[in-house]
Design a protein around this ligand. Structure first.
Ligand SMILES: Cc1cc2nc3c(=O)[nH]c(=O)nc-3n(C[C@H](O)[C@H](O)[C@H](O)COP(=O)(O)OP(=O)(O)OC[C@H]3O[C@@H](n4cnc5c(N)ncnc54)[C@H](O)[C@@H]3O)c2cc1C
Length: 387
């Protein structure tokens, strides 16, 4: 077996990278350690309309519900409604979604090997355990789309992401305030450094949180379930448990001799929401194209680094600064911040410029809205250095 490009990991980033490598003329193999695509799921499945567009799929059978906005709750219980003018996001079934993306790659000529785990590489070939047997596969270029733990990144001695959040979630019957709105819960007891959520679909919700390292995530989950809003809407029972990490802050280097990383493996995740499907897809398309062209000598892997950072690097940098600033807020500061967001002119700004994939746009408008002093009071000097 000899390929121009081997993609390790058949998540959204791997499927998109493989598709783009194949459609740019490379003989491409996609390998996945599990026996089926998209399983186990480690995701809330909330993805923006833009993410579907980037993944080049329409509103497929994987869409479970449509989301227009969010209710954000401060630690003291104040509610701010972030109202979208139209549908902003979808709640999807990630199992089906990931399979659709892999089918689309196969349609472009990608070969797929399931139950095939990457274990190492050496000059133009990778070693795998495939259906229990050790094998070697020749490949000129390797794309590591193998998620947060990235064995490919480790084998290539590429640096790791700046930080990791831990996430926990389950599904349960839930009566939301409005089925077109997700609910976001802030506070250092519920989710230190990040937030908790209830994402509704079909009479159910995915209830969970992500948080900075510290106490176990399940400790905070119990606190979230005791939140007055959650406890009044949660109908009991727990299925589809998810425990997983979220990488934030891409490493300074994501490509090296014959190897490049994409998606969670490269920390291409929005630091403000923990969502990785959109950024992963944007970068995977660049990765697939660059790997295919490099295998024909038309460019070099260094072009990958330049191109993906040009596409989303600034958004990720600003997102990381916002994440760090928000993470430092005390519950009192968070109460103040939510009260500030609840001002009618700020709510209007959110409706106009709120974009879950590009929060820097709203942040910029916020700073220019004449509220800079209040923001500096809350966030300190970080606001001054954002733009
Ligand atoms: C609790 C939680 C909630 C989340 N919610 C959202 C959300 O609502 N929206 C959103 O956009 N993002 C969300 N995310 C993040 C999102 O799930 C990831 O960013 C996204 O799945 C990354 O895609 P990927 O293709 O890079 O990696 P993955 O989806 O992790 O895919 C990597 C693949 O590589 C395979 N693999 C790993 N190692 C090997 C190996 N050695 N050999 C072969 N195969 C291997 C894995 O089996 C897997 O299939 C959430 C994450 C968590 C933890």
């Amino acid at each position: 077996m000899k390929y121009d490009v081997i993609v390790v990991g058949a998540g959204p980033a791997g499927a998109m990278a493989a598709k783009y490598a194949a459609q740019n003329g490379a003989k491409t193999l996609l390998i996945e350690e599990h026996a089926s695509i998209g399983s186990p799921v480690q995701c809330t499945g909330l993805i923006s309309t833009k993410a579907l567009y980037e993944c080049e799929v329409g509103e497929g059978i994987f869409v479970l519900s449509k989301i227009r906005g969010a209710f954000v709750y401060s630690p003291c219980g104040e509610e701010v409604c972030v109202r979208g003018k139209d549908i902003k996001a979808y709640v999807i079934d990630r199992k089906i979604f990931d399979r659709v993306l892999v089918e689309n790659a196969v349609d472009k000529g990608v070969d797929v090997l399931l139950r095939t785990r990457f274990i190492g590489m050496d000059k133009g070939k990778i070693s795998v355990i495939s259906n229990g047997e050790k094998k070697e596969i020749e490949g000129n270029f390797i794309i590591g789309a193998d998620g947060i733990q990235s064995s490919v990144g480790r084998a290539a001695s590429l640096p790791r992401c700046e930080k990791f959040l831990s996430g926990i979630q389950f599904e349960a019957p839930y009566i939301p305030k409005d089925p077109e709105y997700v609910e976001i819960f802030t506070g250092n007891e519920i989710a230190p450094g990040f937030f908790g959520w209830a994402v509704p679909f079909s009479g159910m919700a995915r209830i969970g949180l992500a948080k900075n390292p510290g106490l176990p995530a399940r400790y905070h989950l119990e606190k979230l379930l005791k939140h007055p809003i959650v406890s009044s809407r949660y109908r009991g029972g727990r299925t589809e448990h998810v425990v997983g990490g979220i990488p934030l802050g891409p490493p300074r280097k994501t490509a090296t001799d014959r190897v490049l990383l994409v998606g969670d493996a490269a920390g291409q995740v929005k630091p403000t929401s923990g969502g990785g499907v959109y950024m992963g897809a944007v970068c995977a398309k660049i990765a697939g194209e660059v790997a295919a062209k490099t295998s024909r000598g038309e460019c070099g892997l260094v072009d990958y680094e330049k191109k993906w950072r040009r596409a989303v690097g600034r958004e990720l940098d600003i997102g990381m600064q916002i994440h760090k600033s928000l993470g430092k807020l005390s519950d009192e500061n968070l109460n103040e911040f939510v009260a500030f967001l609840n001002k009618p002119d700020i709510r209007e700004l959110m409706t106009e410029y709120g974009d879950m994939d590009h929060p820097s746009v709203f942040m910029q408008k916020l700073i220019m809205s004449g509220n800079k002093m209040q923001l500096i009071k809350l966030f300190g000097v970080a606001v001054r250095t954002l733009f």
